[in-house]
Design a protein around this ligand. Structure first.
Ligand code: BTN
Length: 342
């Protein structure tokens, strides 16, 4: 099973083996997702593999942070079961309805959905592709941080697409994506989702989701965009994360299926990209005040040059943050923002 997370530059025999092992492990997860006990023997028979192979796959699932009970005489069980992503359901809901997300792959485990898109683009540059995964072994956050990605606990997905603008015209794209995500989530959560510049999503000051934007291209009329989004759904509290964070399920006002949520987000993001291509960032920048977690509040922005204290005034037409400092208004294009205690 060790080939499950291999990079895609492997020969065709390895690729076939990898696809086979992906299929087998997906079948095993589907069987166990019901939260009932399954004996090693019955799993082996259903999957047409040996009991040792079942045991090896169970060990792999434990590495993916799935909690599996094994009880002698009863077999294996995932307590409370799993709500799995369902590629067929997502494909069916999106087919013919999006301009940017015509191809989607849903994987049980990958190093990083953003790295997957980057590798696919080495083979077919700029081809639109959405990669969704249940688990990431090397999930990446902004500024080289890790993104903790336990199995079936959250949403991890990356959107790869091409835009007919040069890189200079992309100012604010990631903020537009954040605004759109917050809009979707606010239809189902209380209290509301807010944005911490540039694109962290927060509820009650705790991080709910993050957006990683990677772009390449030219200065005139072509850019390749790879947007990775991680959204906490129902992650166990013992995860070692060095900031305050929360799960969406703690704030849902109704019952929501993880697949439905992803479908809603992708449909909205597609609309958002269409508006961005047609009208630019303008209509989004006007909405920032409604979504900013720290608008008109005292903040600290940590830049490469050091810390700057001031009050958040909003953003400019390129998505840069405006801060009123003791020496007047300053504009920042990058930096880490935090709220200053009163
Ligand atoms: C942040 O630091 O706030 C950005 C986090 C982005 C995490 C997502 S999860 C899906 C995609 N794949 C990755 O490796 N990172 C992004």
């Amino acid at each position: 099973m060790d080939d499950l997370n291999k990079p895609s530059q492997v020969d065709s025999q390895d690729q076939t083996q990898s696809r086979d092992s992906q299929r087998r492990i997906q079948s095993l997860i589907k069987l166990l997702a019901d939260g009932q006990f399954h004996s090693g023997q019955s799993l082996a028979e259903t999957l047409h593999i040996s009991r040792t192979a079942v045991w090896k796959m169970i060990e792999k699932l434990k590495q993916w942070q799935i909690v599996i009970f094994s009880v002698r005489g009863k077999g294996y069980k995932i307590d409370k079961g799993l709500m799995l992503l369902d590629q067929a359901k997502i494909d069916q809901a999106l087919t013919g309805k999006t301009q940017f997300f015509s191809r989607l792959v849903c994987l049980p485990s990958i190093d990083s959905t953003s790295s997957y898109i980057a590798r696919e683009w080495q083979k077919s540059p700029g081809q639109p592709l959405v990669c969704v995964a249940e688990h990431q072994t090397k999930g990446r956050g902004r500024k080289g941080r890790k993104w903790i990605s336990p199995f079936a606990s959250n949403l991890y997905f990356s959107l790869g697409f091409n835009l007919p603008f040069g890189l200079h015209a992309l100012g604010g794209l990631s903020l537009a994506i954040g605004i759109c995500m917050a809009r979707v989530l606010n239809q189902m959560t209380l209290p509301s989702v807010k944005l911490k510049w540039p694109n962290d999503l927060l509820i009650e000051g705790k991080k709910l989701a993050g957006i990683l934007v990677e772009a390449s291209g030219d200065k005139i009329d072509n850019s390749f965009i790879n947007i990775g989004i991680g959204l906490n759904w129902r992650m166990a509290s013992e995860q070692a994360i060095d900031q305050e964070w929360c799960n969406l399920t703690d704030y849902l006002t109704g019952k929501v299926d993880r697949n439905e949520l992803l479908i809603q987000i992708l449909l909205e993001l597609d609309q958002c990209l269409q508006i961005y291509c047609r009208d630019g960032f303008d209509s989004f920048s006007k909405q920032w005040r409604d979504y900013s977690a720290f608008i008109d509040q005292p903040i600290c922005i940590e830049t490469r040059q050091g810390k700057v204290l001031g009050k958040e005034l909003g953003i400019n037409s390129n998505g840069a943050i405006r801060v009123m400092t003791d020496s007047g208004e300053s504009i920042f294009y990058s930096g880490e923002v935090s709220l200053r205690p009163a």
